[in-house]
Design a protein around this ligand. Structure first.
Ligand code: PTJ
Length: 243
């Protein structure tokens, strides 16, 4: 659909078109369309802008990813449709694999996401292995790659469905997420939650990682350790409540 640039909701409609295209290409699930609607509602309540609490979380996330020994970027159907280039850039900057891990499991969708990312220039893509499992999880997301999430110390799970963040934490991994809903189980259980729209948060995270590459490990450690996820989450809730 061609959206006139002067439409009052141009940006939101343009993002919606990306998700629709993702579903048409078989990258995004139907469940993903519903998840997007939920995200839109929270974005609306947050004023559809990046807040200071999100910027703080982005800095901590960049620092944690840069000091990680084995960072991994988990990719689902929504993230692949909305921000594929940003995820690839992040993967290259951090030398971190992109591991496809879906809630609504489908081998054909995994292959389509893999092709989509490969065509856009992704170099390191992993798919889950049948004999490698994440403990504390019953959904199909338990299948992981041995050299990806299996050995990761920090897992970036932009736009998550909730059951896995906790399982990853129980498996003693740090979890960084992007979630517009500060009340979700993912937001609560992650080490760092960026409460923002993935389409704004990813470019900003990429720029911060690029900038922070100049910093020493000690400085990065301090930035990551000083971050208080609960405090920033409460700030997001206050914005929604007062809005
Ligand atoms: O591709 P799959 O099969 O792995 O499925 C992916 C989804 C996202 C459909 C799946 O993980 C799922 O069902 O997720 P949920 O439980 O609906 O949660 C998605 C969360 O992401 C919700 O808290 C939404 O508010 C949030 N969200 C949706 N769109 C965005 C978002 N957060 C940031 N940016 C968005 N654009």
């Amino acid at each position: 659909m061609k959206i006139p640039k002067n439409h009052p909701r141009f940006k939101s409609l343009e993002i919606r078109t990306r998700i629709e295209e993702g579903a048409k290409k078989g990258i995004t699930s139907y469940g993903g369309l519903l998840a997007h609607g939920r995200g839109e509602a929270f974005d609306y309540l947050l004023g559809e802008k990046t807040h200071a609490f999100s910027r703080e979380a982005t800095k901590a996330a960049a620092a944690k990813l840069l000091i990680a020994s084995h960072p991994v970027i988990s990719v689902n159907g929504n993230a692949a449709a909305l921000v594929p280039q940003g995820l690839i850039e992040l993967s290259n900057l951090l030398n971190a694999p992109l591991e496809i891990n879906l809630f609504h499991t489908s081998i054909s969708r995994m292959k389509k996401i893999k092709n989509h990312l490969t065509l856009l220039g992704a170099k390191k893509i992993l798919l889950p292995q049948k004999n490698e499992r994440l403990p504390f999880l019953s959904s199909n997301r338990k299948f992981i790659h041995k050299n990806g999430i299996g050995k990761a110390d920090v897992v970036f799970v932009p736009l998550e469905d909730g059951d896995r963040a906790l399982a990853l934490r129980k498996a003693k991994k740090d979890v960084i997420t992007i979630d517009l809903n500060p009340l979700s189980r993912t937001s609560v259980s992650s080490s760092i939650t960026i409460v923002d729209n993935i389409v704004r948060a990813i470019p900003s995270l990429v720029a911060t990682v690029r900038r922070y590459k100049q910093k020493t490990k000690n400085v990065l450690r301090e930035i990551a350790e000083n971050f208080d996820n609960e405090k920033q989450r409460q700030r997001a809730i206050r914005v929604i409540r007062n809005g």
